[in-house]
Design a protein around this ligand. Structure first.
Ligand SMILES: [Zn+2]
Length: 371
């Protein structure tokens, strides 16, 4: 089996495109691409240049492939471009079952492009939970798995494993955001891969839709995977590599990897290059995050604990406000209303995963990281 990392976030584009070549077939997984966020430490011109550069490599990989796999319908995992699928066997996440509205719309768009006409695909199949063989190569797809937390609005993805005649196995987790769910970590362990390609937590969204509490879950699950598998190579990339702080935020994972002697790296590093977010940071300095430090479990526990305490305080205050509303007369109504609004806000922030506390407990200054 020959594995090629075609385009990844560590290379400066939103992507996780891999090519796997066995004696029986060449397979490209997730031929998608998108431009990095403004928080990425490269200017827009450079980011666009990278998209163009890597998109031509993705096209090239697809041209050399017999099979194209799309694990879900986000543009960093496929593009609605017939050039990628023309004359190929196309294995897709089921577009009818276990799919959210936005992915369903995009799937319909893709199918309309590749189903007919001069540029149509050779064969199109929905492959959720299926296993197929090409010669002595086995390709196995998971059942739909949540893109991030359970009941995620972003929808489902498929995990893919490819095993060649020599029983060497690559496992591509797609976008599990971590893995975040412990059951998924156990599924990865059970697969016993030799090469594991994981997407990592979206730390660039910490304090928005990603919480420290969830980051803690992901770190623990990742460490469990390192402890219980014997991969020759662990790729940690995609969402995580959108953030130039990634090595400090994943401090515990890298520490454990070193302790266990596990080969953990980004796709860029596997290709012998430094991750673009670090190169960009070194050249251009910080963008959104100016100060941060190594995030140890003890610091992380403290952040989560304080966040929870703050959430409780807001809730108690809000409850008291509610009581005031009930017992007071007309004149106090406005005030009570305001407090109730606060309650709703507090509830919302709690639901969003206790991320508010970031304001008070952001990882602090690291004197070493000054440019
Ligand atoms: Zn993605």
């Amino acid at each position: 089996m020959k594995v090629e990392f075609i385009a990844f976030d560590s290379m400066g584009v939103k992507s996780s495109c891999v090519q796997v070549k066995t004696r029986d077939a060449t397979i490209t997984i997730d031929p998608g691409i998108a431009i990095e966020e403004d928080s990425f430490p490269l200017d827009g011109v450079r980011r666009t240049w990278l998209v163009n550069k890597f998109y031509s490599e993705i096209i090239d990989s697809c041209k050399k492939s017999d099979i194209i796999i799309v694990t879900h319908y986000h543009y960093d995992h496929y593009q609605p471009d017939p050039e990628l699928f023309k004359g190929k066997t196309v294995l897709l996440k089921d577009w009818k079952k276990d799919i959210n509205k936005s992915q369903k719309g995009r799937a319909a768009e893709l199918l309309s492009i590749i189903e007919k006409g001069r540029n149509k695909a050779k064969l199109i199949r929905a492959i959720d939970g299926k296993e197929l063989r090409i010669g002595r190569t086995k390709i196995k797809f998971s059942k739909p798995m949540w893109h991030g937390p359970e009941k995620s609005k972003v929808g489902y993805v498929l995990m893919v494993s490819i095993e060649d005649a020599t029983k060497k196995k690559l496992l591509f987790t797609s976008d599990l955001d971590g893995p975040y769910i412990e059951k998924y970590a156990n599924m990865i362990i059970k697969e016993k891969p030799d090469v594991l390609v994981m997407d990592g937590f979206p730390t660039y969204l910490l304090g928005f839709i990603a919480s420290y509490e969830n980051l803690r879950k992901v770190l623990k699950n990742t460490i469990k995977i390192l402890e219980k598998t014997k991969c020759e190579l662990y790729i940690l990339d995609h969402h995580l590599l959108r953030d130039y702080r990634y090595r400090e935020l994943y401090y515990e994972v890298f520490k454990k990897a070193k302790e266990l002697g596990k080969n953990v790296m980004t796709a860029a590093e596997a290709n012998g290059e430094k991750p673009q977010c670090l190169l960009g940071y070194m050249k251009n300095g910080p963008t959104r995050w100016k100060n941060w430090e190594k995030l140890t479990f003890s610091k992380l526990n403290k952040i989560v604990r304080e966040a929870k305490a703050k959430g409780r305080k807001i809730r108690t205050k809000a409850k008291k406000g509610k009581t005031t509303k009930k017992t007071t007369g007309k004149t106090k109504k406005t005030k009570a209303k305001k407090t109730t609004k606060k309650t709703a806000k507090a509830k919302r922030s709690k639901k969003a995963g206790k991320t508010k506390k970031r304001k008070t407990k952001k990882p602090k200054k690291s004197s070493k990281r000054k440019k």
